[in-house]
Design a protein around this ligand. Sequence first.
Ligand code: ZN
Length: 453
Amino acid sequence: MQTLWARHALVAGQWLADVRVEIDAGRILSCTPDQPATGQRVHLLLPAPANSHSHAFQRAMAGLTEQRGPQAGDSFWTWRQLMFRFLNDLTPEQVEAITAFVQMEMLEAGFGASVEFHYLHHRAGGAPYRNPAEMSERIAAAAETSGIGLTLLPVLYQFGGCDGRALGPGQQRFGNTPDSYATLLSGAEGAVMQLPPDSVLGTAPHSLRAVSREALQSLPGLRPDAPIHMHLAEQKAEVDEVQAHWGARPVDWALDNLDLNGRWCLIHCTQMTAQETSALARTGAVAGLCPLTEASLGDGIFDGIRWVENAGAISIGSDSNIRISLAEELRQLDTTQRLRDHSRAAFATRARSTGRRLLEDAAIGGAQAAGRGAGRIEPGAWADLLALDTGHPDLEGLSPDTALDTFVFAGDSAMVSDVWSAGRHLVTGGRHIARDQITEDYRGAVRTLRAGL
Ligand code: ZN
């Protein structure tokens, strides 16, 4: 049993003062206001959102893709080419080290869990490892090192495009048939079962470009009740390709052909018509938004205002991990709406300020996307908690709502003092408890990789 005491805590959607929070076996047991200070003391206690979309290995490429490619005008496609070349060299040991580093940075940024959309399964050239779930085991091992609550989503990636063409040279390490995928999934299940009980295993068809219609229909049945994630409608070229081969725009096709519901998290959705946006929002599926990566790749702007007007759920992911910052992701989600609509405080409502609404909604939607009973500070939920240090000069003298707005719009991870994932106290004084060792292992991995570029 652990006891925390917070000067202010956002408990089940409202601010309470002098709150004692008791945690038992990773879950919140009780939250009681107006208590004398005891146990671990923190200032401002919030639910820590799950990071709902990550390809951890891409962290090691951050900053390496900012030169012009040989084609006129850089694009997502030239970025992808560099990624394919880079990942040809990655070993399981390097993937584990990079993933642990990413998860550590997520925790230090205030995320309470990580959903890994994991498609790097095989050796360079495409031959499986002797253990087909080798790489899934490495992701799980990284989560054991970092302590983060893991939702592992092994990805089914069958084809190089909508026409069913074979995988290209850079995609060999991703490929599976539905049969080999089922084997992989059961190996991944073994790895996840070694982790603490808040860990989750779900499934993920990569995108409409990379899987068959039959596989898309059958995947949800492989793990009933578990989360299903898929990239959807990220790039204009993807919309055109799906339209040409599948006879409809990606979101329209998904609405007509998939049983979309709250188990689904659809990643990006930056290319939707107004009608697609409202219809998809109403299915109950979560929009998995990655505003920093979407900006980096020039994907487009998610129609967030229309989405939430239709009661759509949102979550935040760091995707390419070019930058891992909860505050910056939430800020960019709002500021992109402002730039498009010439507005301010786009997500604010009469009752909730912008930062408050974004954090609360991302915590609830993130927990849904991760298949994790968390997202609110309330009895029974996993104790995924984030504390802000109101001793930071920019937070001096502010009300809880204004402090939260300041974290999102004027602050950064330096304001995060403590983070718990299912009760595991992993960040203290703003630092991950194993920062030195995880950083040293990461440095060793990227030194070798960069020497080969
Ligand atoms: Zn992605």
